[in-house]
Each structure stands twice: as C-alpha cells, then as structure tokens.
Design a protein around this ligand. Structure first.
Ligand code: F6R
Length: 600
C-alpha cells in the first residue's frame, strides 16, 4: 500500500528517494511522485504520474546536487489513480507540499469547517491536511500549524511535509501508519519501511504513534528531533543497525520473486526449526507458554493468506494443544465482536505486522485487558511491538505481493506454539518437520512438471479447488493464489458443498482441483470430484503417496497429516505462478493489490 520516502543530506536526494520508492514497489501502487529542491532553478520541482517508479526516474531531469526530496507511491483509496490524485500534493498557495500514507476519516467535516475558501485540485483526503497546515501557518509557526492540524485529524497517517520557504527542513508525523527514520553520516532518510533505507542508512529508528519529527540541515550536519503532539521533545528511540541481509532483496537468478520465495520454503522451515530448537525440541519461550496458562479459548485474528494459516492454526490448537480456538477475519472482528470468554488469549497473525484491520483489533482487545500474541515476519513491525508478546516466522523479506513463504512460516510457528502448549501429544515435531522440509524440496524440484500440468489443465475463466477438513483450508489459500496473480476467477470450496450450489457453474473443461491429503476423507472428496467430472469438469488431483490412487496428477511425499498443508500448498502456488507466467501478467505485482494493507 502507499509508501513514502524523504531525504535530506549530501547524497543526490532524488536518487535516494526514487531508489527507496523502488524498494517499496513490492507493497503495491498505481501512481508515484516526487518533489525535490532544484538548486539550478532555486525552486521545488514536482514530477508525478500514474505508472512505475522507473518512469519517474527516466522521464525527468534531476540535477546532481539536489539535497532534499520527498516521494510517494500511491495505492488509490480516495479518488481514482490519475495525475491529479497522485502525491505529492500542494497547498492552495503552493507554500506547502505533502505526501501521506493512510486515510483521514473526517476530511469532509474539516473541509466544511476550516477550508470553505480553498480550492482543491484532487479528490484526495490528503489535500485537506496540507491546506489545513497552510491555513493555520498564517498565524502560528509551521510546526505549531502541523500540530494543530493533526490534533483535528481522525484516521491514520504518516506524513512528510515541506515548507517551500525553507530548503533545509522536512517535517514528519506518524500516527497508525508506518514511518521510520534512517541515519548515516551523510544524511537522514524517512520511509514507510526499512527496506527504503538500504544503501543510504547505517542505522534506523522505529517511531511511536503521535510523533512529530523535524529533520534539518544545520551548517553541514543533518539531524532529526522528535516531539510529542504538544511539542515536548522526546528522547531518541533505540538505534538499530541496518544489518539484515540485502541478498534477500535480489532475485538470486529467479525470473520472479514469487518463484524465488516458493523455492525458499524448505529453507524457511529449517530456519524456523533452528530458531525454535531448545534441548532438541521445538519450543516457544516459557513467557509465551505462561500467557496460555488456564486459557479457555484462543482467538486467532488475521487477514487474507494469514487468515488461511489461522484456520489451520485452529486445528493445531484444538488437536495438538487441546485448547478450543476460533478464527476471525480481522476486518470482521474489528466491528462485530463475538461474546468472548474471560480467560481468552488473542493470537494475531500477519506477515507484514502492519495490516490496519488487525491493528484495530489489537487496540480493541488490549483495551479490554486480553493478552495478545502476534506472529509476524517483521519483528520491528507495529503488531510485533504492540502485542504483549511476539513470535517471529523468520521467513526473510517477502517481496512478491502474493504471499507464499510467509504462509508456511506461519503454519510452522503455529504448529510449534501448539506443540509447546500440549501436555501429552505424541507429535514428534522435530522429526515430522524435517521430513516435511524434504517433501517440500521434492515438489519444488519438480516444478517443470507442474508447468506441464498447468498447460494441459488450467484453461478458461473459472477454476475451483476443493478439499475437506485441513485440505479445505488449503483449498482456500490455493484459490486465493490463483485468482490474485492470474485474474482467473477461482473459488476454494469444502468439497461437500459443491453440490449445494457451486455445481451450477461446472461445465465442460472447467478445472476442478481436489486436494486429498487425509485418509479418512479420501473417498468422500473423490466422490465429489466424480460428480464434477460427470458434468464434464477437467479434474486434477493433488494427493500424498498414502492417499494417492490410480492416475493422480500430482503425488507428494508422505508427511504427518497435520503438516500436510506445508506440502499441498506448494503445487498450488506453482500452478498459480506458471499460469500467470503463461498469461504474461505482472506476477510479482498483481493489479490492484498491495503487499501491506495499511488502511482499514
Ligand atoms: C495474499 C496476501 C494477502 C495478505 C493479507 C494480510 O497473497 O498476501 O492476502 O495475506 O493482506 O497481510 P499480512 O499477513 O501482512 O497481515
């Protein structure tokens, strides 16, 4: 979702900002822009339009000695993706320039109350913010005007603001949308994700909500200060070195990040095993175990792929740990809370750790005094920091918008958590996970075969995945993968439900893909597939060695039945990948989607 980057320093500021925006491209966007100070013309210049960041760089001139810039990638929320709605936005007199990540819920009321004399050039809520700053700065200092503005805003926002009368300062604000500061001897960089700082910062700082930041050049030094919303100076937060592996950010010879990330999944499982291994057992820390002491029910909250991992997490909690569990889509739970048992623990699953729907839930349940545990791939993320405790999935940076390795990472950590909480389950997780990693490798190695299967089977505009029990939950994730990167309409169905309505959509050659990893429902799912075949559907079976029959199309190595989702999802990810490849669509950045959904 929207990404922001700002820089002031000795490097060519437009390069730092544009390279930073490129690093944030994975979040998903449909337009982008930059404002920088051009010393050749002694004025601020803005370049912006729909399309890719590369165009922003290639179609425009940036003098070498520009030292201050702010930029933005926009994922449309208020107003379509067009030139006018693209950030940066100017105030009416063009004194102030702003980029904004987030959503302002009361922008209409604020316009009506304070800005009736203002003309607006876009349909965005952001223009209201910049005009409020302009209005208030007529009577008070700029920083006071910013503080007054944010005191009126309802919603989420990370902002970078430039006063065009001042070529040596960027103002920034963070509330509910991500914003971090990066620092090097050469300058200060601001951005929505630490990835934007790669090559331009040695250290980074995480910011708390309601921080107001000034970044400025003082003589030949570049410094930042952080204030609260009433103007009191806050000490600098903890400094983190930029020591993560930048190799992760390259495609390592793969044509797409998605294929690279699919291939990394066995390594992710092994990495998780090494991180959670204690005395030859896979365990979470005693503090986290203690959170579940006498727990009556676990509530799992998540969105999208992480929600699908959560559905399997429920099975793990109930079958392995014998703790009742419920799973909710975060955006539903946030505004339709069920009756909650007093001794409940909330487990929030999120690859990014920034999903706004989930954060809204976290705030609600924390306020009610419930214990919260987040499971994320980004230990510095908002959810990791704000939950009572957090578990890292160690999947490494996931760049492709379609989540793959984070899903298996979430499953593996959920299994470890459930096993740690179980009193006497016989599951030997070290042995079973090691076997699963081998089975995962085996199917990744056979990916060319999956490509052939795709070319023979996946045709037309509709597709169905079916399964029962744990396979049904994998079918949901498999369908999400196919639809999000190929744009083929795909549903994941409980196999038994096919005849209760969806069968009406089955006609000649519609692919129906059955996932069959569980012995006790093997025949039932096969019967449902037969019913689809009788309507001339094109069947495809993904099974394990011990559930396979006759001519099953994709037969995977056997693994423990509870760990089968780690394996059965891989052919489905590859089916999606190869179909998208054959269709020639943008695999890593599917249309309309954002990697990090930072608005509710
Ligand atoms: C699908 C996908 C999304 C995310 C969802 C939640 O491939 O990536 O469905 O799973 O937006 O994101 P996180 O896990 O970051 O909270």
């Amino acid at each position: 979702m929207c990404g922001i980057v700002g820089y002031i320093g000795q490097e060519k500021a437009s390069d730092v900002v544009i390279k930073g925006l490129e690093r944030l491209e994975y979040r998903g966007y449909d337009s982008c822009g930059i404002t920088f100070y051009n010393p050749e013309e002694s004025k601020f210049i803005t370049n912006k339009d729909t399309g890719r960041v590369a165009k922003l760089l290639n179609d425009n001139h940036y003098p070498d000695n520009n030292h201050l810039a702010i930029g933005h990638t926009r994922w449309a929320t208020h107003g379509v993706a067009n030139h006018q709605n693209t950030h940066p936005h100017y105030s009416m007199s063009e004194r102030f320039v702003i980029v904004h990540n987030g959503v302002i819920d009361n922008h209409k009321e604020l316009t009506f109350k304070y800005l009736h004399d203002y003309e607006f050039r876009s349909e965005t809520d952001t223009e209201v913010i910049v005009n409020l700053i302009e209005e208030f700065a007529k009577k008070i200092s700029v920083v006071e005007a910013i503080r007054k503005t944010i005191s009126l805003l309802d919603g989420s926002y990370a902002l970078l603001v430039i006063d065009t009368n001042d070529t040596d300062r960027i103002y920034a604000v963070k509330n509910k949308s991500p914003l971090l500061i990066g620092e090097s001897d050469k300058g200060i960089v601001l951005g929505s994700d630490v990835l934007a700082f790669v090559n331009y910062a040695d250290y980074y700082y995480l910011l708390e909500d309601n921080s107001v930041i000034t970044v400025e050049r003082i003589k030949d030094k570049f410094v930042f200060e952080i204030f609260d919303t009433i103007g009191l100076k806050i000490g600098k937060p903890e400094k983190h070195p930029m020591d993560f592996v930048t190799d992760e950010l390259d495609k390592a010879g793969f044509e797409h990040y998605m294929l690279k990330e699919i291939s990394e999944q066995p390594t992710v499982v092994r990495k998780i095993m090494s991180e959670y291994m204690v005395d030859n057992k896979l365990r979470v820390s005693p503090d986290i175990k203690a959170m579940f002491h006498q727990v009556e029910r676990v509530y799992i909250l998540a969105a999208g792929t992480s929600y699908h991992a959560g559905l399997i997490g429920k099975i793990y909690f109930e079958e392995i740990a014998k703790i009742p569990a419920e799973v909710f889509i975060a955006s539903e739970f946030a505004y339709n809370e069920p009756l909650i048992e007093p001794k409940s623990v909330f487990v929030l699953i999120s690859q990014s750790g920034e999903t706004a729907d989930l954060r809204a839930c976290l705030m609600n349940v924390k306020e009610q005094g419930f214990k919260t545990l987040s499971i994320t791939n980004v230990p510095t993320s908002t959810l990791a920091r704000e939950a009572d405790a957090t578990l890292n999935i160690y999947a490494g940076t996931e760049i492709a918008v379609a989540s793959t390795k984070a899903y298996v990472g979430e499953l593996a950590v959920l299994a470890i958590l459930a096993r740690s909480l179980s009193i006497q389950h016989s599951l030997d997780l070290v042995y079973e996970m090691s076997r699963a990693a081998v089975a995962m490798e085996n199917i990744v190695d056979k990916r060319d075969y999956i490509h052939e299967v795709v070319q023979q089977t996946i045709k037309g505009e509709h597709c169905f995945y079916i399964g029962r029990g744990i396979d049904y939950f994998v079918a949901l994730e498999a369908a999400l993968k196919l639809k999000e990167i190929t744009y083929i309409h795909t549903d994941g169905l409980a196999a038994g439900e096919l005849k209760h309505g969806p069968m009406a959509l089955i006609e000649k050659d519609v692919p129906v893909i059955a996932i069959i990893s569980q012995d006790h429902i093997n025949n039932n799912t096969r019967s449902n597939l037969e019913e689809a075949k009788a309507r001339e559907a094109k069947p495809l079976v993904i099974s394990l060695e011990n559930t396979s029959k006759g001519n099953d199309d994709i037969v995977l190595m056997d693994v423990h039945r509870l760990l089968s989702p780690l394996i059965t999802i891989i052919p489905a990810q590859l089916i999606a990948y190869y179909k998208a490849l054959d269709l020639g669509v943008d695999i890593d950045k599917p249309r309309n989607l954002a990697k990090s959904a930072t608005v509710e």
